[in-house]
Design a protein around this ligand. Structure first.
Ligand SMILES: NC(=O)CC[C@H](N)C(=O)O
Length: 346
């Protein structure tokens, strides 16, 4: 997308949150981004979970929420959909809070798989799934969530999502039941891991919890708030409530950067360079550390299970604003520093 440097500057100001009055040009940029990407008609809506097949390929939203609480929403930004795999880093964060880093890492690794999200590959040398962003590792992570019984584990999960999205979190029952009835591959994965002693023997409970976390309803704006919460050191910038201990924010972001986009993660890190997570419901959350969260929602997926429009919108935003976390300009003097009013002291 071509744009003169003057309007880029205005967009940047809005993104920086330095002047509330500069918000309008950035909103226009997002509207144009939405208009430009709406005609894309490649990709296919996920259907392996029957309930997802009813999504319209035309639903499309882009949201950005800055770490200091400015909000930008275009398109179908309040249409609810199931969070699916985007739940994975956030549940991983709760497991870290429940057990600490070393115990969690003894149960699930942090190596990219280069495999599809539902791959059955496990690290037999260390007796762990490879990372918490693929189904094996996410089921092992759900196994770690503490609670005296299933109800309490579920409540703690919902409470965690509430802190990130700033309102009560709900599971969409139809999606949950649909995946529970058809999730034979995940069931097989869980039993295989139980056989190897990678997870405890409450396998049905843990699978329920995993299917429930995937069925949490969010809209695109919620995704941006979740991303902004991570961008803001774990504190939800809209409610001011802490959702994650500050010490674990980097755990989530590093694993999102290396493993969040499955077998496209390497290319994503190279080209787009933002910690991110996608889900088969069509959502993508991306984080500009210290600056903002980005949410994109569009159900048609590419062959790797990532939203086609979502990947393209994130790529365009990253290139246009130089958002790659390793953007040249110097480690200490990066654009990110300039973009954060608090860090730059302005
Ligand atoms: N990539 C995804 O979003 C996958 C999540 C989905 N619930 C599954 O387990 O298959």
């Amino acid at each position: 997308m071509a744009a003169d440097s003057k309007s880029d500057r205005g967009d940047l100001d809005a993104l920086m949150g330095k002047m509330k009055s500069a918000a309008a040009p950035f909103r226009e940029t997002l509207q144009k981004l939405h208009r430009d990407h709406a005609p894309i008609n490649s990709g296919a809506v996920a259907s392996y979970i029957p309930e997802l097949a009813g999504a319209s390929p035309d639903w499309f939203a882009i949201s950005v929420v800055t770490a200091d609480g400015l909000r930008f929403d275009v398109g179908d930004s309040d249409r609810l959909f199931s969070i699916q795999s985007i739940s994975k880093p956030f549940v991983f964060g709760l497991a870290l809070e429940d057990h600490g880093r070393e115990h969690v890492l003894s149960k699930v690794g942090v190596e990219p798989t280069g495999e599809a999200f539902n791959s059955i590959v496990l690290d037999e040398a260390t007796n762990r799934p490879l990372n918490p962003m693929v189904n094996t590792g996410a089921i092992a992570t759900a196994d770690l969530i503490k609670g005296k019984d299933q109800a309490e584990r579920f409540k703690r999960l919902m409470e965690m999502f509430r802190r990130y999205i700033g309102r009560e979190a709900y599971v969409e029952n139809a999606t949950f039941l649909s995946e529970r009835a058809t999730g034979h591959r995940n069931r097989a994965i869980a039993h295989l891991m139980m056989n190897f002693g990678m997870i405890e023997d409450r396998v049905d409970e843990t699978l329920e919890l995993y299917f429930q976390q995937c069925s949490v309803l969010v809209d695109c704006h919620d995704l941006a708030v979740m991303g902004a919460t991570l961008a803001n050191g774990g504190v939800n910038p809209i409610t001011g409530e802490r959702a994650l201990k500050a010490e674990y924010v980097k755990d989530l972001l590093s694993i999102m950067l290396s493993c969040g986009i499955y077998d496209f993660a390497g290319e994503w890190a190279y080209r787009i360079g933002l910690p991110a997570k996608s889900g088969v419901g069509g959502g993508i959350v991306a984080v500009i550390p210290g600056v903002a969260g980005i949410g994109v929602f569009s159900p048609p997926l590419d062959e790797k299970g990532n939203s086609v429009r979502g990947v393209r919108v994130c790529k365009e935003l990253s290139e246009r604003f130089g958002l790659h976390v390793f953007e040249s300009g110097g480690a200490g003097k990066s654009l990110r520093d300039e973009m954060s009013p608090r860090r730059s002291g302005s």
